[in-house]
Design a protein around this ligand. Structure first.
Ligand SMILES: O=C(CO)COP(=O)(O)O
Ligand SMILES: O=C[C@H](O)COP(=O)(O)O
Ligand SMILES: [Zn+2]
Ligand SMILES: [Zn+2]
Length: 334
């Protein structure tokens, strides 16, 4: 049993209050390996941004839960070495799917957990989320719940089955469960293929796919029901075309990958959306740099020689998100 406070981590409570009042969003970046974590901490520390380190169930299986916990603890110290006197780092469970998993993360020193009951019938989602909240709050750990279903590979939901969050449900859900933040569905989805080509139009000049806009009317209706309440957007990678092109140029095959235009994420960041989840863009940056390096230097077999450039590319991408999209640079409390 470890308390996140002894690990130097913080929960999301104050962080989200400031983000809503300040009109910006805190980046929630997933990590599965050392290079991603280094790039996230370097970007957020140098830019004096609060940051949420997200660990999925898949990440725990891939990297080992104990190792990840110590890595996050080490990340706080690394941030200090980089000149951040009081770093604000949250260690968050992404898409927790059971009470047991959430409990185990709380017990291991996570400062925030998501319980994703969005695919369950409404009453079961309420009951499960409430149970997690009761346990987590007893340890001062904050909880993210979810209403509405995202389309996407990870959710095993096809676009037609996704549905937007119902604004008429949000007050009841938040009141009954006691969650600290709410993930909503307004048209984002997980992965690098957020929209089918037939859902998009094509830019006549570039021939690139232009996705349909997010449902900002639904977001507005939710904000009206829950004034000042922290809202979370999942599936918010923009799938930068430069990475898709680079991957395809160096032997990859990502046809018609398309994400959320950054302009829309900027607009969301200025609203009550105070946490924006980005994972796929990091995978794309990493893969693009590795493919390029190995294609240009076929004799290379030292992983540092291709993971190093991949790490640099991710750091550049994270910095761009922080400065140009979410606006969380310079927002540490210190
Ligand atoms: O929502 C996410 C993690 O929970 C990540 O979304 P992306 O796949 O768009 O990066
Ligand atoms: O929600 C999806 C996140 O991008 C995590 O993905 P993962 O489950 O493959 O680790
Ligand atoms: Zn979900
Ligand atoms: Zn997600």
């Amino acid at each position: 049993m470890a308390s996140y406070k002894t690990l130097g981590l913080v929960n999301t409570r104050e962080m989200f209050k400031r983000a809503i009042n300040g009109g910006y969003a805190v980046p929630a970046f997933n990590f599965n390996n050392m290079e991603q974590l280094q790039a996230i901490i370097k970007a957020s520390s140098e830019l004096k941004s609060p940051v949420i380190l997200q660990v999925s169930k898949g990440a725990r299986n891939y990297a080992n839960q104990t190792l990840l916990q110590y890595m996050a603890q080490g990340a706080v110290e690394y941030a200090k070495e980089l000149g951040c006197e009081h770093p604000e780092v949250v260690l968050h469970l992404d898409h927790g799917d059971s009470f047991e998993l959430c409990k185990s993360c709380v017990d291991m020193g996570f400062s925030s957990v998501m319980i994703d009951g969005s695919a369950l019938p409404y009453d079961e989602n309420v009951a499960l989320t409430k149970k997690v909240v009761e346990y987590a709050h007893a340890h001062d750990v904050t909880v993210e719940g979810e209403l509405g279903v995202l389309a996407g590979v990870e959710d095993e939901v096809v676009a037609e089955e996704s549905h937007y969050t119902k604004p008429e449900e949000v007050i009841d859900f938040v009141t009954k469960t006691g969650v600290d933040s709410l993930a909503i569905s307004i048209g984002t989805s997980h992965g690098a293929y957020k929209f089918k080509p037939e859902q998009c139009t094509r830019d006549p000049k570039t021939g690139k796919l232009v996705p349909p806009p997010l449902a900002f009317d639904v977001l507005d209706a939710i904000m009206e029901k829950l004034p000042g309440f922290p809202i979370v957007l999942h599936g918010s990678s923009s799938v930068p075309q430069e990475y898709v092109d680079m991957i395809n140029e160096y032997g990859g095959k990502l046809p018609d990958a398309v994400g959320i235009p950054e302009e829309q994420l900027r607009k969301a960041s200025a609203s009550a959306v105070c946490k924006i989840n980005i994972d796929s863009d990091s995978r794309l940056a990493f893969t693009a740099a590795v493919r390029k390096t190995l294609a240009e230097k076929p004799g290379e077999f030292d992983p540092r020689k291709y993971c190093g450039p991949a790490r640099d590319e991710m750091e550049k991408m994270y910095k761009h998100k922080i400065i140009d999209v979410l606006g969380s640079d310079g927002k540490l409390a210190e």
